[in-house]
Ligand binder design. Structure first.
Ligand SMILES: Cc1cc2nc3c(=O)[nH]c(=O)nc-3n(C[C@H](O)[C@H](O)[C@H](O)COP(=O)(O)OP(=O)(O)OC[C@H]3O[C@@H](n4cnc5c(N)ncnc54)[C@H](O)[C@@H]3O)c2cc1C
Length: 381
């Protein structure tokens, strides 16, 4: 299990951390977030550096790296808000699905375009009436001679509106078959009948989330990934990856929340001494750093398992649960440590706080993760 950092991985970590700190910078992320503006320059730079294909095999133009290397990239991209990792994260997650379940033709058609920056992916699971209960997805894909005719809607679709985006969309191909009636279609956002409305959420303000309506959208059969009716199996494979990926980005964000609080507490003086010198504050920061380090270990353990034996649903759920709750806790404590200063957007903590509130919901709630973990514990007992 690869949870030690060798020289190559340390160099990769340095490269992507320096990129975020120096080439992108906190000011860029602050500006994008405040103006609800998509981080095009960040995504384009990731493509230009060749990093969008970190875990895509060289045969399709990627770097042929592993999931640990991808986690390192996502952790760095989450530094100034895990929002900023989302386009790379969702693209990588759907590419993993195409690599595992797609046909050779689909790999040839979609993956080199991803590497070139002409195609990206978002994740289409949640619907207004089906969030945690994904098995009850209603968006209907009726098989016809012309392909699938898709009707329905998805909600909270992160980055679905981005240029060149296709939604890795979970749809119902058989209305009477429960979990066995689900399938996955790649639906480009410029297909006729796709309508997208951005949502004014208090969080994810840069990349944005959207409501997506499908009105008799004709999707060719060769856009289906995996067999018809195999969507639930694909979703289980997908979630192990998505949860590991999102946990990596959340850890990056949580670390910055702690660093920002520490910096403020070190510089701010009250009663003739640094605020960090008060034991109540110093111990709080020590606890938070310990929690962030624990979350990071879970992330890299889960990513290592993906590389060695396909991963563990329990471990991925633990990583996402811990990282999400740590980000929520660290950013909330960070607001307290900054005092009134925390409430100004230019001091960044309010952005981490907004992101922290969504960290225990987006991608699967903490309650659902606890249920997954406890079921896995019982299975193993
Ligand atoms: C910022 C943001 C970005 C998102 N991005 C995406 C995206 O890109 N793609 C996508 O498909 N979705 C996305 N989502 C949706 C997200 O995954 C869902 O919001 C989440 O899965 C919860 O679904 P829900 O909102 O319908 O809540 P519900 O399922 O209605 O849950 C409401 C509450 O009930 C609890 N609950 C439900 N069932 C149980 C149970 N069995 N046991 C205990 N408690 C339970 C939940 O934990 C929660 O507290 C995003 C959400 C947010 C907030």
């Amino acid at each position: 299990m690869r949870i030690t950092v060798d020289d190559a991985l340390a160099a990769w970590r340095d490269t992507v951390s320096t990129f975020m700190a120096e080439d992108i910078g906190v000011e860029y992320c602050r500006e994008r977030y405040q103006n609800r503006a998509y981080p095009h320059a960040l995504y384009d730079a990731v493509v230009q550096n060749g990093w969008i294909g970190t875990a895509i095999p060289e045969a399709y133009g990627g770097q042929g790296g592993d999931q640990v290397e991808l986690a390192v990239l996502l952790e760095a991209l989450g530094t100034y808000g895990y929002d900023f990792s989302m386009p790379v994260l969702t693209t990588a997650t759907v590419c993993d699905l195409v690599l595992e379940f797609g046909t050779d033709d689909q790999k040839e058609r979609f993956l080199p375009d991803v590497v070139a920056g002409d195609r990206r992916f978002s994740i289409g699971v949640t619907e207004p009436e089906t969030g945690s209960d994904a098995a009850s997805i209603r968006t209907r894909a009726e098989p016809t001679d012309a392909g699938y005719v898709v009707t329905g809607e998805k909600i909270y679709q992160s980055g679905a509106h981005a240029p060149g985006n296709a939604i890795g969309c979970y749809v119902r191909t058989d209305p009477d078959a429960g979990r066995e009636g689900l399938s996955v279609l790649l639906i480009p956002n410029d297909f006729d009948g796709v309508e997208i409305t951005k949502l004014p959420l208090v969080t994810r303000k840069a990349v944005g989330t959207a409501q997506v309506f499908f009105d008799d959208v004709v999707v060719p059969e060769d856009h289906r990934v995996g067999a018809e009716g195999d969507g639930w199996r694909l979703l289980e494979y997908h979630l192990i990856r998505e949860h590991t990926h999102i946990a990596a980005a959340m850890v990056g964000n949580a670390q910055t929340a702690v660093d920002t609080a520490l910096e403020h507490a070190t510089e701010r003086e009250r009663f003739g001494r640094a605020v960090a010198d008060f034991q109540a504050i110093g111990h709080r920061l020590a606890d938070l750093q310990t929690e962030v380090d624990a979350a990071r270990l879970l992330v890299y353990r889960s990513a290592s398992r993906l590389d060695t034996d396909g991963g563990s649903r329990r471990l991925a759920a633990q990583a996402k649960l811990k990282a999400g709750e740590v980000l929520e806790e660290a950013s909330s404590a960070g607001m307290q440590v900054l005092g009134g200063a925390g409430f100004f957007p230019e001091n960044d903590m309010e952005r981490y706080w907004r992101e922290g509130k969504s960290a225990t919901v987006a991608g699967a709630t903490s309650e659902i993760q606890r249920s997954v973990i406890s079921a896995a514990m019982r299975d193993q007992a």
